[in-house]
Design a protein around this ligand. Sequence first.
Ligand code: PG9
Length: 631
Amino acid sequence: LIAGATLAIATTGSAQTLPNGIPTKFRPVHATFDYDRREVEVKMRDRVALHMVLIIPMGTRDAPILLERTPYGADKATSRVESSHGVMLVGAAFAEFLKAGYILAFEDVRGKHGSKGDYVNERPLIGPLNGTKIDHSTDAYDTIEWLTKNVKETNGRVGIIGTSYDGMMAAMALVHPHPALKAAAPMNPVINTWKGDDDFHGGAFRQIGYDYYFSQDTARGEGDDLWRDAYDDYETFLRAGSATGFVKSRGLDQIQVVKDLHDHPAYDAFWQAQALETILPKQPQTVPTLWIASQWDQEDMYGAVAAYEAVSKNDPNHVNHLALGPWAHGGWSGTGDSLGAIRFGSDTAAWFRQHVLIPFLDGNLKTGGTPADIAPVTAFQTGTNTWQRLPGWPSACASGCAAPTRKLYLQAGGALSFAAPTADGADDYVSDPAKPIPYRLRPIRPTYATGSTWRQWLVDDQRPFADRTDVLTYETAPLDAPLALAGAPVADLIAATTGSDGDFVVKLIDVYPDEYFEKPELGGYQLPVAMDILRGRYRESVSDPKPITPNAPLSYRFALPNVNHVFLPGHRIMVQIQSSWFPLYDRNPQTFVPNIFDAKLQDYRKATIRVIHSPAQASAIELPVADVGAR
Ligand code: PG9
């Protein structure tokens, strides 16, 4: 006892160091894991190493690989939760792929996150804008080559998938594809960022891109969020004046893509040379492809359908498919029973994954897989809330479709009807750039801010805008029979403005019955079905902008996004017309200036717009009217 006490005192009394609590090298034990997570560096043909993470179900053999190439972080995509179960690491949809027996491979595109090399936003394919020997097509090729040679668990068949930017990566892999690439599913892909995906719509510039480019293009990893001057983005952007004012106030002109956007406001050779919907059909389609579109895609509403339509023109083996769901951007991967206030009666996204997407992948990728019976077009029809199998898309269009479009004419007294107007008429409004029309109810939060409801804005109730004096509103009587649309409605306005430039926003709206017993709070709801904008200077040519002749009645014709929707009996069809949609789109000064990005304070002027609905100058919206019951 005494000896022990002496020893204890001696130990405490001496300045003996304690062992480091952190092991020199901790060796994790993963014996209970049901997956193997492998991080690999893959050398491209120019010796640049790209970082890839593989999730391989334990004990798997002879399995196909699903590859996603991303600028958003392969590590992040494969480490959502620390878990012994692979399905917990990845998003819910990817968990379904794992359960279905796939190996998952996420690769950082060059220059981002763990990958070496330079990052070029939307790096153009080799050609007039890219004089190097590498692009995303060659990087996909080299990656697939590596996967088939180095992953012993694979059956040597690879599918490429991805949403948005990653969807563009999937689309680019289809250019000179690797022979082991056996399926592709580009989801809400960026195909043409000028024609209607992220950056421009009808020539009007989407200012929300600045948030994206600030966080994405100022750091190899994840960048910061762009700061604000006010809680309400309406205030922040209005104070900045022009888009260039906003750029300068934040130093964004140091970012290459921001310079490119500024220097190419029109659809010039720069945009034309990288348009994937013109590049893809140059070679016959060989890889079975399922393009996935969302009816209310708030970011890339153009790409999937445009690519499907273009590729279908050179598809000798009939391997090209389209799916259209009632979703927002990326909605195929989530829970698809509702969007905002609108309900679809079932989990449309889960149904799509289990009945279309996974069977499509299985049929093309699994060893001995039998081709699934996937219709050329699988489209969810909103209104009736049913899935349809269609032979092609669109079902109706101005020419060359199964059915022609039908004109719904603007009429006096705010009416809309399929009969052409019989008396001269017009409606006027004053568009004031000092008080642009908010695209949503204010305060408008930054697009990507926590809690932002940006993803559902395309189904926002339009009532708050319908009674503004700078918005024209036309509507039918309640319908006594259902009216189905399957295609892209076309706005066809005859209008005059006192300005020498100006924007036209046209919204096609489903007005719910005044009282709606199924969901009373939707009584009178004005559900946007398709909406878009045209910058007047591009009314004749998207590549060659011209001033508008003031006070001259001129044609403003432009397509709205694709819809597969039924206006049900008792509902009304409404059209709203206005000349700003702020701050999503930069303001048109309504005075012709060489580059609207640089418009000066004095360029922004009020204009009176006259929309004409006379027999000789009828304004209308052309509807792709289809058979309601097509299945
Ligand atoms: N829609 C995103 C995007 C923004 C800008 C350029 C390219 C893509 C995306 O979600 O990836």
